[in-house]
Every structure is written in C-alpha cells, then in structure tokens.
Design a protein. Structure first.
Length: 290
C-alpha cells in the first residue's frame, strides 16, 4: 500500500507540473506571434533604409561624417552591448548570449583593446555581477516589448561619444531570430557604421536629390544606427519567446512521458500487491483445510 500511495503522489505532482508548463507554453506561443509581427514589420523598413544609404554613400561623402570614421590601427576602446532576457525558463537562450558576450570581451582584451561592457537584461546583469565583471550601464526596463524610444535611449549617448572620439567602436550581441528553433547569438557592429553595398556595380539613382546627398546622410545615418539597435532588440525578444515555447513544450512532453512511466509502475505495484494478497488467502485456506 505504501508503494502505491507513493506512485499516486508522484503522478499528481508531475500532472500539476505539466499543467504549469503547458500554460507557459501557450502564453509563450501567444507572445511569440506578436514578437514575430514586430520582427517582420521592422525588416522591410531596415532593408529600405539600407538600400537608400547604399545609393547615397560614396568615398568623398564618407569622409565628412564622424559616424563613418574607421579607427586607424588597433581600436582603443570598444563598447560591447550584451543582451539577455529578464526571465528564465527558456532553455540555453541566455547561456548562449552570455557565452558569446564573454567570449567577445576576452577576444578584444587579447587584441589590446579596452572593452566597455553595457548590459540589457536581468540574466546577463546577474551573471556578470556574479563573476565580478563591472558594467558601465545596466538596464532591466526594456523587457520583451522594445520600442523605438528604447533604441534611441541606448544608441544616442553612444553615438555622441563616438562622434566626440571617446569610442572606437560599438558592438551588440543579440539573438538573431531565424525560427523558434533557431536563434543563434550574433555579433553586430553598430559603429563605425558599415553602409550596406548593393550587389554588383553601385546603382546611380535615376533622380535629382533635393536636398543634397550630404544633407540626407546627415539625417539618415543616426536613424540607421538607431534602427540597427532596434532590430537587435526586437529579434532578441522574439528569440526569447521562441526559446521559452520550445523549452516548455519539451518539459510538457517529458512530463507526459514520466506520467506514463509512473502509471505503468503503479499498475505493476498494484498487480504485485493483488497477487500477494491472493497468495496469502490461498495459503491461509490451505492451512485451515490441512
């Protein structure tokens, strides 16, 4: 009896856990759909902006804009922005991002560059605090619904410092959203800005620019930098929900398998108990008749 009660207790416990993981999977699926919509909505604008910059930029104009300045020699100071989530239960999502950020910091230090760490997300902040790595800035308020205002708040002070010559580069480590099952950590160079080149020969725009290309670039270059940061934020948010949905689905499936195993064990224990009781009854009857 004691063994069957233990099996029933464990089955009830795993069933409650499965209800929780199933609910979390459904919530993550709902949030993933909205996050996917933000990613899909941001990509056409980003591509169109990149195409315009590719048309406008030429070597003569590039020398006029500090955001296009490429440091000579080994960069002195490079900002590394490490993204992570505020919540866990999403498999190896945060571990992969933290590992990529830590690896990039070590690579820069080995090259003689002084890395400056900026963190967005509670999980990354907690890890680097645990290992004793100081961060210049920490943010936990962006969450899984980043906005253009958030991107502006992150990018604007870094652009100002880069223009002033205090920084030689800005990089961001984020999760590139390919699918809910594929969210590889990716390093994106934000500054110095690398204008996307069109395939083949540079296309000359079949129109007259008013105002001039220089005036347009002065407005578009900061916008492009902010858009790069925003794209990294929304893709990381979508990747977080995809990773959490995958992890919760796996946990739900594993809980179901565990329940099936426990029920089989319970049935075997009950069968053994019934067999023992029958044997005891038969033995007792035989003893009385004998």
């Amino acid at each position: 009896m004691a063994k069957t009660r233990e099996f029933r207790r464990r089955i009830r416990s795993v069933e409650k856990t499965r209800q929780i993981t199933k609910t979390m999977e459904m919530v993550a699926t709902s949030r993933l759909k909205r996050a996917q919509d933000r990613v899909v909505g941001a990509r056409p604008y980003s591509q169109a902006l990149a195409n315009v910059l590719g048309d406008l930029l030429d070597p003569d104009l590039a020398e006029r804009f500090p955001l296009l300045r490429v440091p000579v020699g080994v960069p002195r100071r490079v900002v590394v922005i490490g993204l992570s989530s505020n919540r866990g239960l999403c498999g190896g999502f945060n571990a992969n991002l933290i590992r990529e950020t830590r690896s990039r910091l070590e690579t820069l230090e080995a090259e003689g560059t002084e890395p400056e760490l900026h963190l967005i997300g509670r999980k990354g902040i907690g890890f680097f605090r645990f290992i004793g790595r100081a961060a210049v800035s920490q943010r936990q308020d962006i969450g899984d619904r980043p906005t253009l205002e958030h991107a502006e708040q992150v990018a604007a002070p870094l652009m100002a410092r880069y223009v002033a010559g205090e920084l030689d580069g800005v990089e961001i480590i984020f999760a590139h959203y390919v699918s809910p099952l594929s969210t590889p950590p990716t390093r994106l160079q934000v500054l110095p800005l690398e204008a996307p080149a069109r395939a083949g020969t540079r296309r000359v725009p079949p129109y007259i620019l008013r105002p001039s290309a220089g005036v347009l670039l002065e407005a578009l270059l900061p916008l492009y930098v902010r858009n790069q940061v925003y794209r990294a934020l929304v893709e990381t948010a979508a990747s977080e929900h995809g990773a959490r949905r995958t992890a919760m689905k796996s946990a739900t499936d594993n809980a179901g398998d565990m329940i099936d195993t426990l029920r089989r064990s319970l049935n075997r224990a009950r069968q053994a108990q019934i067999t023992q009781e029958i044997a005891e009854i038969v033995g007792g009857a035989a003893a009385q008749s004998g």
